[in-house]
Design a protein around this ligand. Structure first.
Ligand code: PLP
Length: 399
């Protein structure tokens, strides 16, 4: 006999709610933060900023890293460093957080949306190629859910047309592409250390690059456009206090408190990655055999530190739609989310003239996905509950 979903009066799979993501903090993290507060060191621009930047370079193989206040700030100054400005176009994906496109708008440029690959849900290089115009300046590719974008194909397009490739790696710290860590593969890569991400600093971000000229610009934009670097000064210093503002930058600095927490979290990166992969393996094994469900595919080049688990439903095989599936899981106390609403659906973008229908594959995906719980501290029991709940609903409502 089929179990009756809780939404129809059956008993929920579990009594306690479980959410789609949650940070993991341990004693070492608390101590790291406490140590900053009691050290007497500068709370911003102190010793942990350089230490974190060095560590990010070690982990990713990038030559330069600049940490900033959050991932959105990282994207903004990456675009500024790329020289993106009014009249330019920046190609990105609609299946992402709004910041991946907003960064172009901040610079006065126009985001152009390329469609996704239907198997991986990452930006489709062919669609990118189709959207290149003489105004295109850069591509912002997102490592959606942690899976690496198709770097080789994207770099080939960018090199052919003289574009810069920026990867938004907000989801992908710890991921490798062809054995090389994300962060060292594109012209610039940005990270986010928001609490639902694999590694957190409360808030935080970083820009990584191998290019010294881009790095110089990133440093300037991070801190008001102010420099003490002699080679950048336009006038003779009139004293040891002297500095100049040579560009219009921002206060996008990270505090040492954030840096200490991120450094401590990075000590656990391999553990975080391994546990997340284990959960993904169990979900994939359970769901790939069900004809009502679709499992996200991975390109063989990506060795993924998975940040999000996306479950796609096949509406033609079910008597319910995504919203009803989402509500049915909620009634089982499995609290999901949806990543993402296509960026150009937002009223702000619609008022800028973006119409629905731009990216049909992304739009269809949005109708069919939900984000299941995935985080380091999930117990095996939690994972079992999610699997049982998904199966219960998919089987009960199968056509
Ligand atoms: C894909 C993506 N890009 C950019 C961001 C922005 O990062 P932050 O929240 O650190 O500003 C996020 C996270 O929220 C994200 O998921």
């Amino acid at each position: 006999m089929k179990e009756i979903p809780a939404i129809e009066g059956g008993t929920p799979i579990r009594e306690q709610k479980i959410f789609y993501g949650h940070q993991y903090l341990d004693e070492a993290d608390y101590q790291a933060v406490l140590e900053v507060l009691t050290s007497g060191d500068d709370l911003t621009c102190g010793p942990r900023i350089g230490a974190l930047e060095k560590r990010l370079c070690q982990i990713t193989g990038a030559k330069y890293a600049a940490v900033v206040s959050n991932g959105t700030a990282a994207l903004h100054i990456a675009c500024l460093a790329a020289g993106i400005g009014p009249g330019d176009e920046v190609i990105t994906t609609p299946i992402t957080f709004a910041a991946s496109a907003n960064c172009a708008l901040y610079c006065g440029a126009r985001p152009v949306f390329a469609d996704i690959d239907d198997r991986t849900y990452n930006i489709d290089p062919e669609s990118v190629q189709d959207h290149v115009t003489p105004r295109t300046k850069a591509v912002v590719a997102v490592d959606y859910t942690g899976q690496s974008a198709q770097i080789d194909e994207l770099l080939a397009i960018c090199r052919e047309h003289g574009l810069l490739l920026i990867t938004d790696g907000a989801h992908s710290i710890g991921t490798k592409y062809k054995g090389r860590p994300t962060g060292s593969l594109a012209d610039m890569t940005t990270f986010s250390f928001h609490p639902v991400k694999t590694v957190t600093g409360g808030e935080g971000g970083a820009v990584l690059t191998n290019d010294p000229a881009l790095y110089e610009k990133i440093l300037l934009y991070r801190s008001h456009g102010i420099t003490r670097n002699r080679s950048l000064l336009e006038k003779e210093p009139d004293g040891p206090w002297y500095y100049e503002q040579v560009a219009l930058g921002f206060n996008y600095r990270m505090t040492d408190i954030q840096a200490a927490l991120i450094l401590s979290q990075l000590d656990k990166l391999e553990r975080f990655k391994a546990r997340r992969r284990e959960i993904v393996r169990r979900y994939d094994a359970a769901f790939s055999e069900m004809e009502q469900l679709v499992v996200q595919q991975e390109i063989p080049e990506s060795d993924t530190a998975r940040h999000l688990y996306i479950l796609r439903i096949r509406p033609e095989k079910l008597r319910i739609d995504r919203r009803q599936f989402f509500d049915a899981l909620g009634a089982e106390n499995i609290c999901c989310n949806v990543h993402y609403i296509p960026t150009y659906y937002f009223p702000y973008y619609q008022k800028l003239g973006y119409a629905r229908g731009l990216c049909p594959r992304a739009e269809k995906l949005y109708e069919e996905i939900l984000t299941l719980p995935l985080y380091y501290a999930m117990s095996d029991r939690d994972v079992d509950d999610v699997i049982r709940a998904v199966k219960k609903i998919a089987e009960y409502y199968a056509v």
